[in-house]
Design a protein around this ligand. Structure first.
Ligand SMILES: C[S@@+](CC[C@H](N)C(=O)[O-])C[C@H]1O[C@@H](n2cnc3c(N)ncnc32)[C@H](O)[C@@H]1O
Length: 235
């Protein structure tokens, strides 16, 4: 497995859940900064894509591989000035790329321009943030996550870490924006990738007794610098 694929392995469970919450793409799906097309199998299977998958990247060598190995329709270009007609795509994803761009607003506006009205975007990018966390809290959320009966929207928490990304999407013409931040358990196959839970969220979804348990855990949590994956989706 290539380096980037190994690095991105922990993102896959989150990506799968996020993609599953989105409507089928009505028209081609655009992968902005597709690289070698490593996410193509996941995008195709989770979204049950029947429309073409278009990969855009400025790296011609990576694009060549995206065509040969992942079967993408390749478009060479710059995310800041997409060489595509307005409203020609059903939806867009931008995975592990936004953070590399010179002007994220320009790129997000460009995505809004080429995605048809009503179509969505999913932006996923990594960062680090200081968040309250502790082994105790981790166990608690792991137990919660393992129950498997939680509503899908639980993954779209509203932690401050992701708020900026949500604000960026709103500023650039996207609406119905949902955001979430997820702890990346890099390098561990056994630890599930867990959603961060906010107080507001917990109150909405848990019984009063469980919410009280959560509050007690938060009260004694450490503040740690964690690698996070930020995600935002908009229409
Ligand atoms: C970390 S890779 C992510 C690749 C792919 N999305 C994935 O998840 O495997 C970032 C990609 O963004 C591309 N990229 C960076 N700046 C770009 C720009 N201004 N326009 C288009 N692509 C760009 C790079 O060439 C690289 O392929």
């Amino acid at each position: 497995m290539r380096d980037i694929e190994a690095l991105h392995e922990p993102l896959k469970p989150i990506l799968t859940v996020l993609l599953a919450t989105l409507a089928p793409s009505e028209g081609p799906l655009l992968d902005v900064g597709c690289g070698t097309g490593a996410k193509a199998p996941l995008l195709r299977s989770t979204l049950e894509l029947s429309a073409p998958l278009i990969g855009l990247d400025c790296d011609l060598e990576a694009l060549q591989e995206a065509v040969t190995h992942a079967g993408l329709l390749a478009v060479a270009g710059d995310a800041h000035a997409l060489p595509l007609r307005s409203a020609c795509c059903g939806a867009a994803v931008c995975i592990a790329t936004l953070g590399l761009l010179r002007d994220q607003r320009v790129a997000l506006r460009e995505m809004r321009r080429v995605v048809r009205p009503g179509g969505w975007v999913l932006v996923v990018t990594a960062t680090t943030a200081w968040v309250p966390w502790s082994a105790h809290m981790r166990d608690w959320t792991a137990r919660l996550g393992n129950r498997g009966d939680l509503p899908g929207e639980l993954l779209f928490t509203m932690p401050e870490a992701a708020a900026d990304l949500g604000a960026l999407l709103r500023e650039t013409g996207w609406s119905e924006v949902r955001t979430g931040a997820f702890v990346i358990e890099a390098g561990s196959a056994t630890q599930p990738v867990l959603p961060l839970l906010t107080r507001e969220h917990v109150r909405r979804h848990l019984t009063p007794a469980k919410a009280e348990e959560f509050e007690a855990i938060v009260a004694c949590a450490d503040v740690a610098l964690l690698p996070l994956m930020l995600a935002a989706a908009g229409v």
